[in-house]
Design a protein around this ligand. Sequence first.
Ligand SMILES: [Fe+2]
Ligand SMILES: [Fe+2]
Length: 151
Amino acid sequence: MSTTTVKMGRQGAFMHIEWTDEHQTGHPVIDHEHQGIVDIINRLEALVDSENATEIGEVLCDITDYVLVHFGHEETLMQSIRYPLFDQHMLSHCQFFSSLTQFIYGFETGRVGLIREIQAFLASWLVQHESAEDKLFVNYLMRHQAGGPGP
Ligand SMILES: [Fe+2]
Ligand SMILES: [Fe+2]
């Protein structure tokens, strides 16, 4: 049995995510993609002190691409079963993406030190979202697939 924790890093500014059962939604594809997101976020940890703008920029591109694809997968699944909390869940995805875009803009316009805040934001938001909203959706999806009632 695995365990999930989010550890505060040095200076309390960034967080290392360890994948645990708490993060699991129970949907193999979604969990696999969440693990991929966590891996990318943790890649940032090694770069925070280096302040290597080129490498950090590459990781930020990777996380942006990966998250966009993942959100798309979730939203397609939600629409396929007419998930009643679709609008609310999609709004969360949009708000996250808007914040991420603003952070990246700040970073790319010279605020390299912003990377600590970006890493902490990514870690805390995604852990919270995966453990709450995504889990709620997967529970509904599984009940739907089993022919049971919704939430
Ligand atoms: Fe997700
Ligand atoms: Fe989600």
